[in-house]
Design a protein around this ligand. Structure first.
Ligand code: LLP
Length: 478
């Protein structure tokens, strides 16, 4: 897929509402699976999250704002921890859950992850710096990245991270040099390209051959990487194999193939070198619901299915009796933080546009856009939204929620029914924006980024404050 320069959704060729979006019986209804657990419509008709009215959030923190339900985040983190630990316990001694910080990370969230007993996947020195500032236990950190710099490797080894996931043969030399200089032995995993075509958007599929990540299983590059790591016992120790097949995935078919190939390669390497290699990591990528078209598997079902897969694949190659299988890790990001958050916007303009013989689409401009949520423009991602500040008895109208940036591809919600009396000043909320929205946000058009407001027990507080024009100008040394 090639995106239009002005964004993948440059306004052309879009007809009526999509199939997943029926004309609503009640335009005020909330589709439960899209919202953080504590979100309800309060007595006034406005949304409340953890007992706090969205008007109060808008007044105190302004709009747009990412609003994060802390208990919802923690509950999803715990669900992955417990729902994978139990079924994997019998199969391979347990499962370790690494929260993928690239989905969203700040020091407070890193603390929650640590408190809930999860581990952490970081993919840059910047994410690692956040973890360090939060005092995240080093042994529970996995360091990723397909082009780690010498400085990042040094930062990771000095802090003492539990695993560095190697992505190229070049990087093995680089780690070797740094580890020798520091006089440490680097715990290393090898990122394996297992050759799986994950059924997701091309830009977020990561385990087919023709892309930048990992070392190929098929060409023998992964086995060669293992040889090179094992040949350097003074500077590195091979602790496992890793595979991440992609993101926003709804079935376990891809994981089945990747687990099979990873377990087989694991057994080959253990046999060839006579080493112990305690871990395999199956990556993240578990999908979430952005609209009614998505039906994600819950962690309990996922844990059971994935444990069955590992057990079956282990048995198939004769290591499935529980003793020969490496302990399994997973790396969910989106499935933990995505549904915990909604973005609160204020409506600025409401503009009916005639788009066909009998069709009018109402363009609703909000006070944010592609700078706080690039996912529609980048991946043709669908979102939904609702009138958040009140209820309405008006007829539903087909709307498109757009931002305030200078591109027609600046779309936040491609299709949604909103009440026909929607007006400037109304608050609307877009659920499912916890993952890859703040972390992919930009200052496009010199737009200060929104705050992240955490809400718990009737109290709201900014855990990332809003950027100011002074923040923007601070870097301009001109
Ligand atoms: N582990 C590795 C090695 C990864 O590369 C990723 C995501 C994850 C875990 C977590 O995947 P998750 O469970 O969050 O799907 N910006 C895109 C997603 C990019 C994913 C990058 N890697 C989006 O907004 O959809």
């Amino acid at each position: 897929m090639r995106a239009h320069e002005a964004g993948a959704l440059h306004a052309e060729g879009y007809g009526g509402p999509p199939l997943y979006l029926p004309y609503p019986d009640d335009v005020n209804a909330l589709l439960e699976q899209l919202w953080p657990a504590s979100v309800i419509r309060g007595r006034s008709g406005a949304l409340e999250v953890a007992g706090v009215d969205v008007h109060a959030i808008a007044r105190e923190f302004g709009t747009p704002a990412y609003v994060l339900d802390e208990d919802d985040f923690r509950a999803r983190a715990r669900a992955f921890r417990d729902d994978f630990a139990a079924p994997f316990h019998e199969v391979c001694g347990g499962a370790d859950v690494y929260y993928a910080g690239k989905a969203f990370l700040c020091t407070e969230v890193a603390r929650w992850v640590a408190e809930e007993g999860l581990s952490l996947d970081v993919s840059t020195g910047g994410e690692l710096a956040v973890a360090q500032r939060a005092g995240f236990p080093a042994a529970r950190i996995a360091m990723h990245g397909n082009n780690k710099t010498v400085a990042e490797i040094e930062q990771a080894l000095t802090y003492g991270v539990g695993r560095i996931v190697v992505d190229s043969l070049t990087e093995i030399e680089r780690i070797d040099t740094v580890a020798r200089r520091l006089g440490v032995v680097a715990p290393v995993m090898i990122r394996v390209t297992v050759g799986v075509e994950a059924h997701t958007h091309e830009f977020i599929a990561t385990a087919h051959e023709d892309q930048k990540f990992g070392l190929s299983l098929a060409t023998g590059a992964a086995a060669e990487a293992a040889r090179r790591v094992v040949a350097r016992p003074g500077s590195m120790r091979l602790v496992g194999l890793h595979s991440h097949i992609g993101s926003q995935i709804f079935d376990t078919g891809g994981f089945e193939i990747s687990a099979r190939r990873l377990i087989a390669l694991h057994a080959d390497i253990v046999r060839e070198h006579g080493i112990e290699m305690p871990h395999i990591d199956l990556g993240g990528g578990f999908g979430i619901a952005y609209t009614s078209q998505h039906t994600p598997l819950d962690p309990a079902r996922l844990g059971r299915l994935m444990a069955d897969i590992v057990e079956r694949e282990g048995k198939a190659i004769g290591v499935g009796d529980g003793s020969g299988l490496p302990r399994v890790s997973i790396e969910p990001g989106r499935a933990i933080v995505g549904p915990s958050t909604f973005t609160l916007y204020e409506v600025g303009t409401v503009k009916p546009v005639v788009v066909g013989d009998r069709m009018t689409r109402t363009y609703v401009s909000v006070d944010g856009g592609m700078s706080d949520n690039i996912r529609a423009a980048l991946y043709e991602a669908d979102y939904s939204c609702t009138l958040a500040g009140r209820t309405s008895g008006a007829e539903p109208m087909l709307a498109r929620v757009v931002g305030r940036h200078c591109e027609s591809g600046d779309i936040v919600v491609l299709d949604e029914y909103l009440p026909a009396d929607l007006a400037p000043g109304d608050l609307i909320a877009v659920p499912g924006t916890g993952a890859y929205c703040r972390s992919l946000s930009s200052q496009y058009n010199h737009t200060p980024r929104p705050p992240v407001v955490a809400v718990r027990g009737g109290r709201a507080r900014a855990i990332v404050r809003r950027e100011t024009i002074d923040d923007l100008l601070a870097l301009d040394v001109g």
